[in-house]
Design a protein around this ligand. Structure first.
Ligand SMILES: NC(=O)c1ccc[n+]([C@@H]2O[C@H](COP(=O)([O-])OP(=O)(O)OC[C@H]3O[C@@H](n4cnc5c(N)ncnc54)[C@H](O)[C@@H]3O)[C@@H](O)[C@H]2O)c1
Length: 304
């Protein structure tokens, strides 16, 4: 019987299906110092983002029977993938399962930023009625959305934005000409920064200097709305805060942060920041689809 460790939780229906397929499933989160030894006893481990599988864990796990690490979600930056694969442990993820959920949260942040939804709600819960302060909102219709990274999530957001009467400019190192139409075109990063009223970031975690930094912010339109649901490291938070304080950036919607949980109080408390604690993929529907994909991967991998 194959033993599976579910480290950060998985949809209940998926766990029931795994058990009905004959897998022995344990649900347990191990602290980092115990994880490597625990992994020796499992054929596969399923993680989300909380569990970090690093070289030291892999060195211990490879002495046991671990064959497969599954990341339920997209980014695999919490796993030392190359090292695992070099040591004969395969790494798989569920790349498409949460794209729509993430795109919907990016759109929610765009609307929240445009109409002060987050800060106005906070103000009302403090007993205030600040109709004037939050009355100067903007519409998203007929505006230009710049999407940096036009992959699964970027495209899902682009389609929704076009349906809401926005024009979409996309910047990506890879381009799919079949997506170009009257309301969507690929442009250079410079052109996107200069022409967009809203900018949403959807690249993978990029190494090196953050893509959104003082230099790229300086090229943006005055009063731009910026949204990041990709990875916190893609944005220089000090430069973002400076942009908000100067008014260069009208508002920012953030689901991901340089450090998580974020302790950047100046950014989180800024009245023009709409923020969520890395929940873009956390919908009932996405959890269900992630569960389905995890079951499929395990079934296929172990030929059950
Ligand atoms: N907030 C969340 O909970 C959450 C959930 C899922 C995914 N994500 C993040 O969303 C991001 C996008 O996920 P996806 O599924 O759309 O990935 P994807 O691979 O489908 O798309 C990423 C796109 O970025 C492009 N790209 C890569 N490097 C680039 C660069 N330097 N400049 C411009 N474009 C570049 C790629 O060509 C690709 O088209 C990832 O960072 C992922 O970690 C966040």
């Amino acid at each position: 019987m194959k033993r599976i460790l579910i480290s950060d939780g998985l949809d209940k229906a998926a766990i029931a299906r795994l058990e009905s397929l004959g897998f022995a499933v344990d649900q347990q989160f191990y602290p980092s110092e115990e994880l490597g030894a625990a992994l020796k006893n499992y054929d596969a481990v399923v993680v989300r983002s909380a569990t970090k599988v690093r070289k030291a864990h892999i060195d211990l796990a490879k002495e046991g029977k671990l064959q497969l690490i599954i990341r339920g979600g997209v980014g695999v930056d919490n796993i030392d993938v190359a090292y695992a694969e070099e040591n004969g442990i395969r790494v798989k993820n569920t790349p498409a399962a949460s794209s729509n959920s993430v795109a919907e949260l990016a759109l929610a942040h765009m609307l929240s930023c445009a109409r002060f939804v987050s800060i106005a709600g906070h103000s009302m819960r403090q007993g205030k009625w600040e109709k004037k302060a939050y009355g100067g909102g903007i519409e998203i219709s007929d505006k230009t959305l710049g999407v940096i990274g036009y992959g699964r999530i970027g495209r899902a957001l682009g389609q929704k934005a076009q349906a809401l009467s926005m024009r979409v400019l996309a910047y990506d190192v890879y381009q799919d000409a079949s997506l170009v139409c009257d309301t969507m075109q690929y442009v250079s990063l410079e052109e996107l920064l200069q022409r967009s009223d809203f900018i949403s970031l959807h690249t993978p975690s990029l190494d090196g200097k953050p893509l959104i930094c003082a230099e790229t912010i300086a090229q943006m339109k005055d009063g731009v709305v910026f949204v990041n649901t990709s990875r916190g490291g893609n944005v220089d938070e000090s430069a973002l805060l400076a942009g908000l304080e100067s008014g260069k950036i009208r508002a920012a919607g953030l689901d991901v942060f340089a450090e998580e949980p974020s302790r950047n109080e100046a950014l989180l408390a800024h009245p023009r920041v709409s923020c969520t604690p890395h929940i873009a993929a956390s919908t009932e529907e996405a959890q269900g689809r992630i569960g389905d994909e995890v079951v499929h991967i395990l079934q296929t991998f172990f030929s059950l």
